[in-house]
Design a protein around this ligand. Structure first.
Ligand code: X2X
Length: 339
């Protein structure tokens, strides 16, 4: 071997040693007995995916390789509305989805997204781990899908735009704003006077970049990990709504696992929720300065002004009627009187 080919041979060996293909060797020799396909809409760097990887490793270890959870982040299997259909048919086995988007299928699931219902996380977890969450899970469980007990965290949502800062409700007047596909989201931003457009998250970056819409709303952890700050100028800290991700499963897929393996998966998903909730809470608290360095201009708002606008438009009374007395009274048990 001459010097040049020896050098390239050594280089090749170095690459091979660090290449991910080596992990193949450490995998169990046999394929897992049960494979669950888990889809979500967020980038791999978001705590949802970081913790999901941990959860999948735990399931693999505890089941001694019998259960493999394959993660498909970033809408790899389709946008949210499409993936919801795949979950319902069993083409996808596990899916994390906003309760509001789930509302296109199960309307009462939207109850946790009513504007300004929750003040803080103590309030959120009391409701979602308590009888409000139990009520919604029961509705979900009456279909071909079900939700695990502990909802994962989305975060409190803020508005970003490329055209003007939102300081008061009137600044939203006529604004072309992307909202996720859900009746509640559209209704809330119509009542703020904006012109909301339903767009799946898979299309949001390009819709902002091409100015099909001027703005959108999401928690800071998503604005950061999905790099929405690259195509937005202003961020208004409205905290107008908390959102989460129900960890959903297809009943038939999950039912194929023997009970002991079901327990392993269930415990791993529910127990990992606590860590994922905390990651998102911390990120949302600390990301402002990073986003400012990236050029996003922040402003605070008087939340009371925005809430008053929803009261005046009849938002709360309309949704009380739409969701029905049981869902509404369970919500008000945690939020206090709304409207
Ligand atoms: O679609 C969104 O904006 C996102 C990522 O926050 C949801 O999943 C609702």
């Amino acid at each position: 071997m001459n010097t040049t080919s020896r050098r390239s041979f050594l280089k090749l060996m170095a690459v091979a040693a660090s290449a991910p293909s080596l992990t193949v060797i450490s995998r169990p020799a046999r394929a897992a007995e049960f494979t669950l396909r888990y889809a979500n809409n967020l980038p791999g760097t978001h705590p949802m995916n970081v913790r999901a990887k941990e959860m999948a490793a735990r399931v693999s270890a505890e089941s001694k390789g019998r259960v493999e959870i394959q993660i498909f982040p970033n809408n790899q299997l389709g946008g949210d509305t499409d993936t919801l259909s795949q979950l319902r048919s069993g083409a996808v086995d596990l899916f994390t989805l906003s309760p509001l988007i789930l509302g296109t299928f199960i309307p009462t699931a939207q109850v946790s997204g009513i504007g300004f219902a929750f003040n803080d996380y103590d309030n959120v977890w009391a409701a979602m781990d308590g009888d409000l969450g139990a009520y919604v899970r029961k509705q979900i469980g009456a279909t071909s899908i079900f939700a695990f007990e502990k909802i994962w965290n989305g975060g409190f949502r803020q508005i970003t735009t490329s055209t003007r800062a939102i300081a008061q409700p009137k600044d939203l007047q006529g604004m072309k704003l992307r909202v996720p596909p859900s009746p509640l989201w559209t209704s809330m931003f119509k009542d703020f006077g904006a012109a909301p457009a339903s767009v799946n998250f898979s299309e949001v970056y390009s819709a902002l970049q091409t100015h099909v819409v001027e703005g959108q709303e999401n928690p800071l952890s998503i604005i950061y990990t999905a790099k929405l700050f690259e195509v937005q100028k202003f961020c208004s800290l409205t905290n107008h709504m908390w959102d989460g991700f129900w960890f959903l499963g297809n009943k038939d897929s999950f039912g194929r696992l023997p009970p002991d393996l079901q327990t392993i998966v269930r415990n791993a998903i529910n127990e990992t929720a606590a860590k994922q909730r905390e990651d998102v809470t911390q990120l949302d608290r600390t990301l402002r300065s990073k986003l400012e360095s990236a050029g996003l201009k922040f402003n605070e708002v008087d939340k009371g002004e925005f809430r008053k606008q929803l009261q005046a438009s009849g938002f709360y009374s309309d949704w009380q009627k739409k969701l029905g007395p049981q869902a509404w009274s369970l919500l008000e048990k945690y939020s206090g009187k709304l409207g």
